[in-house]
Write a protein that binds this ligand. Structure first.
Ligand code: MN
Length: 128
């Protein structure tokens, strides 16, 4: 089932690859190139999923995730962080900021969709 995915990513190559894979699987992609734009687009479009780069200019992904989760209309929208940080503490920081999960860069085209789709699975009422 096609979903609306907001990708917040400042790197053109990653944006291109992510968008290509999602669209090839029938999803609709909205592109935001920084955190502020991402927050505005999320509030307007109410996406089914947000893919969030952690390393963003000005407002980093942690701050963006907190802002998104603070908006009651967006609180239920799953956020998947995309990060090149592999250290254990970052995983906790990512989850503490409100992200529902994370994917490590470099994105693996073989497993990317499967990783994403566990967050796009239809959730029952009240299920996060
Ligand atoms: Mn980045």
């Amino acid at each position: 089932m096609p979903k609306k995915v907001l990708v917040i990513e400042d790197n053109h190559q990653n944006m291109y690859l992510t968008t290509f894979m999602l669209e090839r699987h029938g999803h609709k992609v909205l592109q935001a190139w920084d955190g502020q734009q991402g927050i505005e687009m999320a509030a307007q479009a109410l996406p089914d999923l947000i893919l969030l780069d952690i390393q963003l200019p000005e407002m980093d992904g942690y701050a963006v995730a907190k802002a998104l989760k603070a908006d009651p209309r967006l609180a239920m929208v799953p956020i998947v962080a995309v990060t090149s940080y592999a250290m254990a503490g970052d995983r906790e920081r990512i989850l503490a900021s409100g992200c529902n999960g994370y994917i490590e860069k470099p994105i693996n085209p073989e497993t990317f969709l499967a990783q994403i789709e566990q967050f796009l699975a239809p959730a029952g009422p009240g299920e996060v």
